[in-house]
Design a protein around this ligand. Structure first.
Ligand SMILES: *Cc1c(COP(=O)(O)O)cnc(C)c1O
Length: 410
Protein backbone atom coordinates (compact mmCIF):
# COMPACT_ATOMS: atom_id res chain seq x y z
CA UNK A 1 0.00 0.00 0.00
CA UNK A 2 1.36 3.43 -0.94
CA UNK A 3 0.43 6.31 1.33
CA UNK A 4 1.76 9.82 0.81
CA UNK A 5 4.65 8.50 -1.31
CA UNK A 6 5.71 5.96 1.31
CA UNK A 7 5.45 2.34 0.16
CA UNK A 8 4.29 0.34 3.18
CA UNK A 9 5.08 -2.99 1.45
CA UNK A 10 8.75 -2.27 2.17
CA UNK A 11 8.31 0.06 5.16
CA UNK A 12 10.13 -2.04 7.75
CA UNK A 13 13.16 -2.46 5.48
CA UNK A 14 13.45 1.30 4.94
CA UNK A 15 12.47 2.78 8.31
CA UNK A 16 14.51 3.63 10.19
CA UNK A 17 17.44 4.22 7.80
CA UNK A 18 21.00 3.13 8.71
CA UNK A 19 21.44 6.17 10.94
CA UNK A 20 18.21 5.56 12.78
CA UNK A 21 16.00 8.12 11.06
CA UNK A 22 12.29 7.87 10.35
CA UNK A 23 12.14 10.72 7.86
CA UNK A 24 13.75 13.57 9.78
CA UNK A 25 13.00 12.11 13.21
CA UNK A 26 15.20 9.83 15.31
CA UNK A 27 19.00 9.66 15.12
CA UNK A 28 21.54 9.29 17.91
CA UNK A 29 22.38 12.48 19.80
CA UNK A 30 24.56 11.40 22.71
CA UNK A 31 28.01 11.90 24.23
CA UNK A 32 30.79 10.68 21.92
CA UNK A 33 31.91 8.07 24.47
CA UNK A 34 28.50 6.43 24.32
CA UNK A 35 28.24 6.55 20.51
CA UNK A 36 30.52 3.53 20.39
CA UNK A 37 28.37 1.63 22.86
CA UNK A 38 25.29 2.34 20.74
CA UNK A 39 27.08 1.14 17.61
CA UNK A 40 28.03 -2.06 19.41
CA UNK A 41 24.38 -2.66 20.33
CA UNK A 42 23.25 -1.88 16.77
CA UNK A 43 25.76 -4.33 15.29
CA UNK A 44 24.80 -7.01 17.80
CA UNK A 45 21.16 -6.43 17.06
CA UNK A 46 21.60 -6.90 13.32
CA UNK A 47 23.74 -10.03 13.66
CA UNK A 48 22.55 -11.76 16.83
CA UNK A 49 18.94 -10.68 17.04
CA UNK A 50 18.22 -11.47 13.41
CA UNK A 51 19.70 -14.98 13.73
CA UNK A 52 17.34 -17.97 13.72
CA UNK A 53 18.76 -19.12 17.07
CA UNK A 54 17.88 -15.85 18.79
CA UNK A 55 14.46 -15.67 17.18
CA UNK A 56 13.50 -19.22 18.06
CA UNK A 57 14.73 -18.73 21.65
CA UNK A 58 12.65 -15.56 21.97
CA UNK A 59 9.61 -17.36 20.56
CA UNK A 60 10.01 -20.17 23.08
CA UNK A 61 10.28 -17.67 25.94
CA UNK A 62 7.19 -15.81 24.78
CA UNK A 63 5.20 -19.02 24.69
CA UNK A 64 6.50 -20.76 27.81
CA UNK A 65 7.25 -17.85 30.17
CA UNK A 66 5.19 -14.87 29.05
CA UNK A 67 2.05 -16.81 28.12
CA UNK A 68 1.85 -15.59 24.54
CA UNK A 69 -0.09 -15.36 22.38
CA UNK A 70 -2.37 -13.17 24.46
CA UNK A 71 -6.02 -13.41 23.36
CA UNK A 72 -8.34 -10.89 21.75
CA UNK A 73 -11.64 -10.42 23.60
CA UNK A 74 -14.85 -9.23 21.99
CA UNK A 75 -16.40 -6.54 24.23
CA UNK A 76 -20.00 -7.56 23.69
CA UNK A 77 -21.59 -5.72 26.59
CA UNK A 78 -19.65 -2.51 26.06
CA UNK A 79 -20.58 -2.64 22.35
CA UNK A 80 -24.26 -3.16 23.30
CA UNK A 81 -23.99 -0.22 25.71
CA UNK A 82 -22.85 2.05 22.87
CA UNK A 83 -25.70 0.50 20.97
CA UNK A 84 -25.20 1.54 17.34
CA UNK A 85 -23.86 -1.78 16.04
CA UNK A 86 -20.15 -0.97 16.19
CA UNK A 87 -18.23 -3.87 17.76
CA UNK A 88 -15.28 -3.27 20.08
CA UNK A 89 -12.44 -5.75 20.64
CA UNK A 90 -9.37 -5.64 22.90
CA UNK A 91 -5.95 -7.22 22.49
CA UNK A 92 -5.20 -8.51 25.99
CA UNK A 93 -1.66 -7.37 26.81
CA UNK A 94 -2.95 -7.17 30.39
CA UNK A 95 -2.65 -10.98 30.32
CA UNK A 96 1.02 -10.91 29.31
CA UNK A 97 3.20 -11.98 32.31
CA UNK A 98 3.69 -9.07 34.76
CA UNK A 99 0.46 -7.55 33.47
CA UNK A 100 1.51 -5.30 30.61
CA UNK A 101 3.18 -5.16 27.21
CA UNK A 102 6.52 -3.86 28.59
CA UNK A 103 7.86 -7.36 29.21
CA UNK A 104 7.83 -7.95 25.41
CA UNK A 105 10.74 -5.59 24.83
CA UNK A 106 12.45 -6.23 28.19
CA UNK A 107 12.80 -9.96 27.42
CA UNK A 108 14.18 -9.08 23.98
CA UNK A 109 16.67 -6.57 25.38
CA UNK A 110 17.78 -8.96 28.13
CA UNK A 111 18.20 -11.88 25.72
CA UNK A 112 20.33 -9.63 23.51
CA UNK A 113 22.42 -8.62 26.57
CA UNK A 114 22.96 -12.29 27.39
CA UNK A 115 24.09 -13.12 23.84
CA UNK A 116 26.42 -10.08 23.91
CA UNK A 117 28.03 -11.42 27.08
CA UNK A 118 26.87 -8.53 29.28
CA UNK A 119 26.39 -9.17 32.99
CA UNK A 120 24.15 -6.32 34.00
CA UNK A 121 21.03 -4.46 32.89
CA UNK A 122 20.77 -0.73 33.70
CA UNK A 123 17.64 1.39 33.45
CA UNK A 124 15.73 4.22 35.05
CA UNK A 125 12.11 4.06 36.05
CA UNK A 126 9.51 6.66 36.99
CA UNK A 127 6.30 4.88 37.93
CA UNK A 128 8.23 1.64 38.28
CA UNK A 129 6.52 -0.36 35.53
CA UNK A 130 9.62 -0.52 33.34
CA UNK A 131 11.73 -1.33 36.39
CA UNK A 132 9.52 -4.27 37.33
CA UNK A 133 9.47 -5.67 33.79
CA UNK A 134 13.24 -5.35 33.49
CA UNK A 135 13.86 -6.85 36.95
CA UNK A 136 11.71 -9.79 35.86
CA UNK A 137 13.78 -10.27 32.70
CA UNK A 138 17.04 -9.97 34.67
CA UNK A 139 15.90 -12.65 37.12
CA UNK A 140 14.86 -14.94 34.27
CA UNK A 141 18.26 -14.67 32.54
CA UNK A 142 20.40 -14.54 35.70
CA UNK A 143 21.66 -10.99 35.04
CA UNK A 144 22.34 -8.24 37.57
CA UNK A 145 19.96 -5.31 37.41
CA UNK A 146 20.43 -1.69 38.57
CA UNK A 147 17.27 0.42 38.45
CA UNK A 148 17.72 4.17 39.03
CA UNK A 149 14.76 5.89 40.63
CA UNK A 150 14.19 9.32 42.17
CA UNK A 151 13.51 9.46 45.94
CA UNK A 152 10.11 11.05 45.32
CA UNK A 153 9.09 8.22 42.99
CA UNK A 154 10.45 5.59 45.41
CA UNK A 155 8.07 6.90 48.07
CA UNK A 156 5.12 7.14 45.68
CA UNK A 157 5.56 3.73 44.09
CA UNK A 158 6.20 1.52 47.10
CA UNK A 159 4.57 -1.66 45.69
CA UNK A 160 6.68 -1.55 42.51
CA UNK A 161 9.84 -0.87 44.54
CA UNK A 162 8.99 -3.95 46.63
CA UNK A 163 8.45 -6.02 43.46
CA UNK A 164 11.82 -5.00 42.04
CA UNK A 165 13.59 -5.87 45.29
CA UNK A 166 11.84 -9.23 45.59
CA UNK A 167 12.94 -9.98 42.02
CA UNK A 168 16.54 -9.29 43.04
CA UNK A 169 17.08 -5.90 41.40
CA UNK A 170 19.19 -3.19 42.99
CA UNK A 171 17.05 -0.04 43.29
CA UNK A 172 19.45 2.92 43.25
CA UNK A 173 17.97 6.00 44.88
CA UNK A 174 18.58 9.30 43.07
CA UNK A 175 18.56 12.12 45.59
CA UNK A 176 19.43 15.26 43.62
CA UNK A 177 17.25 17.83 41.83
CA UNK A 178 13.53 17.16 41.81
CA UNK A 179 14.28 13.49 42.59
CA UNK A 180 12.01 12.16 39.84
CA UNK A 181 12.31 10.65 36.36
CA UNK A 182 14.53 13.25 34.71
CA UNK A 183 17.24 12.95 37.38
CA UNK A 184 16.92 9.17 37.26
CA UNK A 185 17.52 9.20 33.48
CA UNK A 186 20.67 11.31 33.92
CA UNK A 187 21.98 9.12 36.75
CA UNK A 188 21.34 5.92 34.80
CA UNK A 189 23.11 7.30 31.72
CA UNK A 190 26.10 8.38 33.83
CA UNK A 191 26.34 4.91 35.35
CA UNK A 192 26.10 3.36 31.90
CA UNK A 193 28.93 5.55 30.59
CA UNK A 194 31.15 4.02 33.30
CA UNK A 195 29.96 0.44 32.97
CA UNK A 196 29.16 -0.15 29.31
CA UNK A 197 31.77 -2.87 28.94
CA UNK A 198 29.82 -5.16 31.25
CA UNK A 199 26.36 -3.64 31.14
CA UNK A 200 23.63 -2.70 28.70
CA UNK A 201 21.20 0.18 29.03
CA UNK A 202 17.61 -0.92 28.51
CA UNK A 203 15.26 1.82 27.37
CA UNK A 204 11.62 1.34 28.33
CA UNK A 205 9.86 2.57 25.21
CA UNK A 206 10.43 3.46 21.53
CA UNK A 207 12.60 6.37 22.70
CA UNK A 208 16.22 7.36 23.12
CA UNK A 209 19.10 7.16 20.67
CA UNK A 210 19.21 4.74 17.73
CA UNK A 211 18.94 1.69 17.81
CA UNK A 212 16.39 1.73 20.67
CA UNK A 213 13.33 3.12 18.87
CA UNK A 214 13.79 0.45 16.19
CA UNK A 215 14.68 -2.40 18.54
CA UNK A 216 11.86 -1.79 20.98
CA UNK A 217 9.37 -1.52 18.11
CA UNK A 218 10.63 -4.76 16.60
CA UNK A 219 10.32 -6.56 19.96
CA UNK A 220 6.79 -5.17 20.39
CA UNK A 221 5.73 -6.04 16.85
CA UNK A 222 4.58 -9.44 18.12
CA UNK A 223 1.48 -7.66 19.48
CA UNK A 224 0.35 -6.38 16.07
CA UNK A 225 1.30 -9.53 14.17
CA UNK A 226 -0.62 -11.75 16.60
CA UNK A 227 -3.56 -9.35 16.70
CA UNK A 228 -3.96 -9.19 12.92
CA UNK A 229 -3.99 -12.95 12.53
CA UNK A 230 -6.32 -13.47 15.51
CA UNK A 231 -8.73 -10.78 14.41
CA UNK A 232 -9.04 -12.12 10.88
CA UNK A 233 -9.49 -15.61 12.36
CA UNK A 234 -12.28 -14.41 14.66
CA UNK A 235 -14.24 -12.18 12.31
CA UNK A 236 -13.11 -13.12 8.80
CA UNK A 237 -11.97 -9.58 8.08
CA UNK A 238 -9.64 -6.81 9.18
CA UNK A 239 -10.77 -4.30 11.80
CA UNK A 240 -11.89 -0.93 10.42
CA UNK A 241 -9.92 0.92 13.06
CA UNK A 242 -7.07 0.16 15.45
CA UNK A 243 -6.49 2.21 18.62
CA UNK A 244 -3.64 2.38 21.15
CA UNK A 245 -2.50 4.83 23.83
CA UNK A 246 0.79 6.68 23.31
CA UNK A 247 3.20 7.62 26.09
CA UNK A 248 6.63 6.97 24.64
CA UNK A 249 4.75 4.86 22.15
CA UNK A 250 5.93 1.25 22.48
CA UNK A 251 2.60 -0.56 22.81
CA UNK A 252 1.21 1.57 19.99
CA UNK A 253 4.24 1.01 17.74
CA UNK A 254 3.91 -2.76 18.20
CA UNK A 255 0.18 -2.81 17.54
CA UNK A 256 0.31 -0.42 14.58
CA UNK A 257 3.12 -2.39 12.92
CA UNK A 258 0.65 -5.20 12.22
CA UNK A 259 -1.71 -2.91 10.29
CA UNK A 260 0.34 -0.13 8.61
CA UNK A 261 0.17 -1.86 5.24
CA UNK A 262 -3.59 -2.51 5.45
CA UNK A 263 -6.62 -0.38 4.62
CA UNK A 264 -7.20 0.19 8.33
CA UNK A 265 -7.58 3.56 10.09
CA UNK A 266 -5.04 3.85 12.89
CA UNK A 267 -5.38 6.09 15.97
CA UNK A 268 -2.81 6.95 18.62
CA UNK A 269 -4.29 8.38 21.82
CA UNK A 270 -2.43 10.95 23.90
CA UNK A 271 -3.39 12.16 27.38
CA UNK A 272 -5.12 15.54 27.48
CA UNK A 273 -5.01 15.36 31.28
CA UNK A 274 -6.77 18.36 32.85
CA UNK A 275 -6.88 20.35 29.61
CA UNK A 276 -4.95 21.94 26.71
CA UNK A 277 -2.87 24.39 28.81
CA UNK A 278 0.88 23.59 28.86
CA UNK A 279 1.61 21.71 32.07
CA UNK A 280 -1.86 20.18 32.29
CA UNK A 281 -1.39 17.44 29.68
CA UNK A 282 1.22 15.27 27.95
CA UNK A 283 -0.12 15.41 24.38
CA UNK A 284 3.26 15.99 22.74
CA UNK A 285 2.31 15.18 19.15
CA UNK A 286 -0.82 17.30 19.25
CA UNK A 287 0.72 20.39 20.88
CA UNK A 288 4.49 19.94 20.56
CA UNK A 289 7.14 21.10 18.10
CA UNK A 290 10.29 19.55 16.65
CA UNK A 291 13.22 19.25 19.03
CA UNK A 292 15.98 17.07 20.43
CA UNK A 293 15.92 15.51 23.90
CA UNK A 294 17.13 12.28 25.57
CA UNK A 295 19.23 11.41 22.52
CA UNK A 296 16.75 11.69 19.64
CA UNK A 297 14.97 14.18 17.39
CA UNK A 298 11.18 14.13 17.61
CA UNK A 299 8.18 16.29 18.41
CA UNK A 300 8.22 17.52 21.98
CA UNK A 301 6.59 19.86 24.48
CA UNK A 302 8.94 22.71 25.38
CA UNK A 303 8.98 25.33 28.09
CA UNK A 304 9.90 28.99 27.39
CA UNK A 305 13.61 28.07 27.35
CA UNK A 306 13.16 25.27 24.84
CA UNK A 307 13.74 22.63 27.53
CA UNK A 308 11.37 19.66 27.98
CA UNK A 309 8.21 21.12 29.56
CA UNK A 310 6.62 19.80 32.74
CA UNK A 311 3.82 17.43 31.79
CA UNK A 312 0.89 15.83 33.55
CA UNK A 313 -1.39 12.85 33.05
CA UNK A 314 -3.60 10.84 35.39
CA UNK A 315 -1.68 7.86 33.94
CA UNK A 316 1.92 8.00 35.14
CA UNK A 317 3.00 5.79 32.24
CA UNK A 318 1.89 8.45 29.74
CA UNK A 319 3.40 11.59 31.21
CA UNK A 320 6.42 12.06 29.00
CA UNK A 321 7.10 15.33 27.12
CA UNK A 322 7.79 13.67 23.76
CA UNK A 323 6.95 10.54 21.78
CA UNK A 324 9.08 8.11 19.82
CA UNK A 325 10.47 9.36 16.48
CA UNK A 326 8.47 6.82 14.49
CA UNK A 327 5.25 8.31 15.85
CA UNK A 328 6.42 11.81 14.91
CA UNK A 329 7.04 10.45 11.41
CA UNK A 330 3.69 8.64 11.07
CA UNK A 331 1.97 11.76 12.41
CA UNK A 332 3.66 14.08 9.92
CA UNK A 333 2.91 11.58 7.15
CA UNK A 334 -0.73 11.35 8.20
CA UNK A 335 -0.73 7.54 8.20
CA UNK A 336 -1.70 7.50 11.89
CA UNK A 337 -4.10 10.01 13.40
CA UNK A 338 -3.09 11.20 16.88
CA UNK A 339 -5.84 12.50 19.07
CA UNK A 340 -6.54 13.02 22.79
CA UNK A 341 -8.86 12.07 25.64
CA UNK A 342 -8.89 13.78 29.03
CA UNK A 343 -8.70 12.39 32.56
CA UNK A 344 -12.45 12.27 33.11
CA UNK A 345 -13.20 10.42 29.89
CA UNK A 346 -10.44 8.00 30.85
CA UNK A 347 -11.78 7.26 34.33
CA UNK A 348 -15.27 6.79 32.91
CA UNK A 349 -13.85 4.19 30.47
CA UNK A 350 -11.89 2.57 33.32
CA UNK A 351 -15.14 1.87 35.21
CA UNK A 352 -17.13 0.97 32.07
CA UNK A 353 -14.63 -1.73 31.14
CA UNK A 354 -14.51 -3.03 34.71
CA UNK A 355 -18.29 -3.20 35.19
CA UNK A 356 -19.47 -4.20 31.72
CA UNK A 357 -16.66 -6.60 30.84
CA UNK A 358 -14.93 -7.71 34.05
CA UNK A 359 -11.59 -6.25 33.00
CA UNK A 360 -9.85 -3.62 35.16
CA UNK A 361 -7.56 -1.76 32.73
CA UNK A 362 -4.41 0.19 33.48
CA UNK A 363 -5.27 3.91 33.43
CA UNK A 364 -2.89 4.22 30.45
CA UNK A 365 -4.89 1.61 28.54
CA UNK A 366 -8.19 3.20 29.64
CA UNK A 367 -7.20 6.17 27.44
CA UNK A 368 -7.36 3.88 24.40
CA UNK A 369 -10.67 2.39 25.55
CA UNK A 370 -12.14 5.87 26.05
CA UNK A 371 -11.10 6.88 22.55
CA UNK A 372 -12.42 3.62 21.09
CA UNK A 373 -15.80 4.36 22.67
CA UNK A 374 -15.85 7.89 21.20
CA UNK A 375 -14.82 6.59 17.80
CA UNK A 376 -17.55 3.93 17.91
CA UNK A 377 -20.17 6.64 18.41
CA UNK A 378 -18.82 8.59 15.41
CA UNK A 379 -18.33 5.62 13.09
CA UNK A 380 -21.82 4.18 13.43
CA UNK A 381 -20.74 0.80 12.03
CA UNK A 382 -17.74 -1.52 11.81
CA UNK A 383 -15.14 -3.14 14.07
CA UNK A 384 -12.64 -1.39 16.34
CA UNK A 385 -9.63 -3.17 17.81
CA UNK A 386 -8.11 -1.55 20.92
CA UNK A 387 -4.76 -2.44 22.45
CA UNK A 388 -5.28 -3.05 26.15
CA UNK A 389 -1.67 -2.43 27.10
CA UNK A 390 -1.94 -3.45 30.77
CA UNK A 391 -4.02 -4.34 33.78
CA UNK A 392 -5.18 -1.86 36.39
CA UNK A 393 -4.37 -3.52 39.71
CA UNK A 394 -1.60 -0.95 40.18
CA UNK A 395 -4.11 1.89 39.77
CA UNK A 396 -7.02 0.79 41.96
CA UNK A 397 -6.08 2.66 45.13
CA UNK A 398 -5.38 5.86 43.20
CA UNK A 399 -8.67 5.78 41.31
CA UNK A 400 -10.71 5.12 44.44
CA UNK A 401 -8.94 7.85 46.38
CA UNK A 402 -9.24 10.52 43.67
CA UNK A 403 -12.45 9.63 41.88
CA UNK A 404 -14.43 7.48 44.31
CA UNK A 405 -16.52 4.48 43.36
CA UNK A 406 -19.55 5.15 41.16
CA UNK A 407 -22.91 3.95 42.49
CA UNK A 408 -24.16 0.62 41.21
CA UNK A 409 -27.16 1.15 38.93
CA UNK A 410 -29.62 -1.77 38.84
C1 LIG B 1 4.29 2.17 30.36
C2 LIG B 1 2.92 1.88 29.93
C3 LIG B 1 2.32 2.54 28.83
C4 LIG B 1 3.01 3.65 28.08
O1 LIG B 1 4.15 3.27 27.39
P1 LIG B 1 4.21 3.18 25.81
O2 LIG B 1 5.65 3.04 25.53
O3 LIG B 1 3.60 4.41 25.23
O4 LIG B 1 3.44 1.97 25.40
C5 LIG B 1 1.05 2.18 28.45
N1 LIG B 1 0.36 1.23 29.11
C6 LIG B 1 0.89 0.58 30.18
C7 LIG B 1 0.06 -0.45 30.85
C8 LIG B 1 2.18 0.87 30.62
O5 LIG B 1 2.68 0.23 31.67
Amino acid sequence: MIFNNVDFDTYFKKYPDVNGYFGKYGGCYIKPELQKAMEEITDAYFTIAKSTRFISELRRIRREFQGRPTPISHLERLSDYIGNGVQLYVKREDLNHTGAHKLNHCMGEALLAKYMGKKKLIAETGAGQHGVALATAAAYFGLECDIYMGSVDIKKQAPNVARMKILGANVVEVTHGLQTLKEAVDAAFDAYANEYHDAIYCIGSVLGPHPFPMMVRDFQMVVGIEAREQFVGMTGELPDAVVACVGGGSNAAGMFAGFLNDPVDIYGVEPLGRGPKLGDHAASLKYGTEGIMHGFNSIMLKDENGEPAPVYSVASGLDYPSSGPEHAFLHTLGRVKYDVVDDNETIDAFYKLARLEGIIPAIESAHAVAYGMKLAKEMGRGHILINLSGRGDKDMDYVIEHYGIPEIKR
